[in-house]
Design a protein around this ligand. Structure first.
Ligand code: PRP
Ligand code: URA
Length: 244
């Protein structure tokens, strides 16, 4: 499920209406970024698998579900941020001056309400400087189409690494619509971070947004007749917030 060739992705990004590379993000950096990425990443780690088992269990309660979901998101953050741009800085240690690196892009989390909120603490405990925007969206249970009800973003998301958070990638409609909203705000570097995904959702994002990397802890078998992921973990929002 690799993404299409770098050049089509690059052209798409560079021809997005009104987009200009800022002084800080050199065009070369953007081109390198765009040419090398865009794929499905399954973040595999024994700790993630163990915690995933806990949240899949139907008798896991709200407290343990919420804690383990956040911890999985935190563990995934290491892999998700592996390629975020850094800049060289001169640093004075107690011994001498040396060249070191610091993050050169701000990192913005965009949880898709409500369930995406269940991943914010886990990632922000590792990256305390993150800014957080919100996209409000729910799936119409009859049509399975997303209904947008809220959007609020930090300034300058066009220069940031934007992580869209939602535990569930089912049909992909919600995530695709959230990404579309972010692109209208000129966000350029967008990564979609979900815990459990269905192949249907992955295909939808690959088709609608071939310039977006997808990170999952598990790619599950598929969707049932009600659009729920199987084996999945049920309704993530209800399990996080105890609403059922
Ligand atoms: C769930 C989930 C995703 C969406 C996934 O949210 O958190 O946002 O469904 O389905 P899709 O890929 O088919 O669009 P839901 O609509 O249940 O809202 P909630 O988070 O408020 O519970
Ligand atoms: N939303 C959920 O919360 N769970 C699913 O399996 C699919 C969509």
């Amino acid at each position: 499920m690799r993404m299409p060739s770098g050049s089509s992705v690059r052209i798409q990004a560079l021809t997005r209406p009104g987009w200009q590379p800022s002084e800080e993000i050199s065009e070369k950096r953007i081109l390198l970024y765009l040419e090398n990425k865009h794929m499905l990443h399954i973040v595999e780690h024994p700790l993630i698998e163990h915690k995933l088992t806990l949240i899949r269990r139907k008798d896991t309660g709200t407290k343990d579900f919420r804690e383990n979901l956040n911890e999985i998101a935190g563990l995934m953050a290491y892999e998700i941020t592996r390629d975020v741009p850094v800049r060289e800085v001169q640093t004075e240690t107690p011994m001498e001056q040396c060249s070191t690196y610091e993050l050169s892009r701000s990192i913005v989390l965009i949880p898709i309400l409500r369930a995406g909120l269940g991943m914010v603490d886990g990632i922000s405990s590792l990256i305390p400087t993150v800014k957080v925007g919100h996209v409000g969206m729910y799936r119409n249970h009859r049509t399975l189409e997303p209904e947008n009800y809220y959007a609020k973003f930090p300034k300058n998301i066009k220069d940031a690494v934007v992580l869209v958070l939602d535990p569930m990638l089912a049909t992909g409609g919600s995530a695709s619509s959230a990404i579309e909203t972010l692109k209208k705000e000129e966000a350029l570097i967008i990564k979609l971070v979900c815990i459990v995904g269905a192949p249907e959702g992955v295909k939808r994002i690959e088709k609608d947004h071939p310039d977006v990397d997808i990170y999952l802890a598990s790619l599950d078998r598929g969707l049932n007749e009600k659009g729920y992921i199987v084996p999945g973990l049920g309704d993530a929002g209800d399990r996080i917030f105890g609403t059922k």
